[in-house]
Design a protein around this ligand. Sequence first.
Ligand code: GDP
Ligand code: MG
Length: 175
Amino acid sequence: MTERLFKILIIGDATVGKTSFVQRYVNDSFKREYKATVGVDFALKVIQISEEDTVRFQLWDVAGQERFTSMTRVYYKDASACVIIFDVTAKQTFNNCLKWKKDLDSKVSLPDGRCVPCMLLANKIDLQEKAVTEEEVNEFCKEHNFIGWTEISVKDNVNVKESMNFLLEEILARH
Ligand code: GDP
Ligand code: MG
């Protein structure tokens, strides 16, 4: 019987869909109206891997401080993994992913000194007006040491669970 708890950071610019992503993943719900949260929201996702093996994801949804593109060390402390989200229709939110990644890597690492595994998610692919190309994101991920990226739509529930399962595999491979 094993039970493991992992802290997962959800970061990225305001309005990219972080809170929606967490709500979708944890509660399978989607709300259209935008509500800026203040502080940090926590959500817990329990994943039953087998009868004897449970994993808990504690999701840290940054809220309100996104405009600084920077967080405190306390926020990042003891994180097992990170998800950086951008909005495919808003180029600047993609450009800022580099700042988010650098902020992460400068403030936290795994106990063994390695980088915290970080996945990039391109949200809102249900919308037509894409401002970022696949090649750009591929290049960016390779260059800046992301474990992977994928397109998602929290609204249409595309790749939300799948991406988190991928992240889970990556986390377990490190523990
Ligand atoms: P946060 O500031 O990063 O937490 O962003 P929110 O989760 O609050 O979402 C901001 C806005 O984007 C809300 O109006 C959401 O309904 C909307 N949104 C989130 N995900 C999607 C998506 O996949 N597609 C579309 N079209 N809108 C989305
Ligand atoms: Mg939010």
